[in-house]
Design a protein. Structure first.
Length: 354
């Protein structure tokens, strides 16, 4: 019997209740429960104690940022900076908020988030739904985070790609005093035309403006680029060359995929769910492939955050061994529960003791 047998059993029961509701409704319910738990000091302390794994061997330095461990929460879960305090209880060392756009927007029509339970996967076409950068700044300003915060930034849906650099720059400027690093999201498949911003010329225009703005700041904060797992080798090489030329600090690999590979569910059912980015178990092979290539192409010199398809501790270890300095969770947290953070950190410590 594993150390987490009863905990996993309890979470599976809780998950079975959550999965009775539509996916987006379940997300809102979890958000409410997490905030309630955080608001009760004894509960907050108990959860933090139970899920926290503290050991100097877990500590990392990433682009000049000190982290207690290499496990973070990926963007998309806390779009509006409402949950970072609550999720800091679960053992994460950093949380990426957003994607944040200059102006609040509702995103794509509902339903737009779907579970594929038999494949431990999700399909989403949320479309950068968020309250806008001013609302996010107001929350971060009023309650200073006790955890490393990344700001994932994007453009508004109605903004053309030629005007996109100004959306990214506006979010960057507004968030600069309140986050520890930035992720430039040019790869979400759920915003029309956004992936075209991965073209080296368009991407360079965005990043150049951001880097020029950063050069005017007293404190230097890392800038990362989040890429798609669906890039060809030629496209990925072009992005890596742009990143190197502009002195970008690192890369987040990778976003959700528009492909429907590694699914056991029948094709007709998948097609009925419609468009959107696929995440979860089927994505891990592509994520591993992309990270491996980045390490080989850059000779391991470009810092990488690995995200996509981490459903168990072995998946996280595989990405770290492939070249990721840090990892981020999303779908794995939904299917496996908060103990996944603790399991990953303990697995890393076991590697050190072997």
């Amino acid at each position: 019997m594993s150390d987490n047998y009863w905990e996993d059993k309890v979470y599976r029961f809780f998950r079975s209740i959550l999965f009775l509701f539509p996916a987006e409704a379940s997300h809102r319910l979890v958000a409410v429960l997490m905030r309630m738990a955080y608001a009760i000091p004894p509960v907050r302390v108990a959860i933090r104690w139970y899920y926290g794994v503290r050991n100097p061997l877990l500590e990392r330095e990433f682009c000049g940022i000190r982290l207690a461990n290499p496990v973070g929460l990926a963007a998309g879960f806390d779009k509006n900076a409402k949950l970072y305090k609550a999720f800091s209880m679960l053992g994460f060392s950093f949380i990426e908020i957003g994607t944040v756009t200059p102006v609040g927007q509702p995103g794509n029509p509902k339903p737009r988030l779907f579970r594929i339970v038999q494949d431990s996967a999700l399909i989403n076409r949320m479309g950068f739904n968020n309250e806008g950068v001013e609302a996010v700044v107001k929350r971060l300003k009023s309650s200073r985070p006790n955890i490393v915060i990344g700001g994932n930034i994007g453009k508004n849906t109605h903004t053309s790609n030629t005007e996109a650099p100004f959306d990214y720059l506006y979010c960057f400027d507004e968030l600069y005093p309140y986050v520890d690093y930035f992720t430039v999201n040019v790869s979400c498949p759920n915003v029309a035309g956004l992936s075209a911003l991965q073209d080296p010329e368009l991407l360079a225009d965005i990043l150049r403006k951001i880097i020029n703005k950063r050069n005017t700041q007293k404190q230097r904060k890392p800038v990362l680029v989040k890429i798609s797992p669906d890039l060809s080798i030629m496209q990925l090489d072009g992005i890596l060359k742009t990143i190197e030329e502009l002195g970008i600090d690192g890369i987040v690999a990778a976003n959700t995929t528009t492909q429907r590979n590694h699914l056991t569910i029948d094709r007709q059912t998948v097609e009925a769910l419609g468009n959107g980015g696929l995440s979860g178990e089927p994505l891990k092979w592509k994520t591993l492939e992309v990270i491996n290539y980045i390490r080989q192409r850059t000779k391991g010199k470009l810092p990488v955050i690995g995200t996509g398809g981490i459903m168990k501790e072995e998946d996280a270890i595989s990405l770290i061994n492939a070249g990721a300095s840090l990892v981020q969770l999303y779908s794995g947290l939904i299917y496996q529960g908060p103990s996944l953070v603790k399991k990953i950190n303990k697995a890393i410590l076991r590697q050190h003791s072997d």
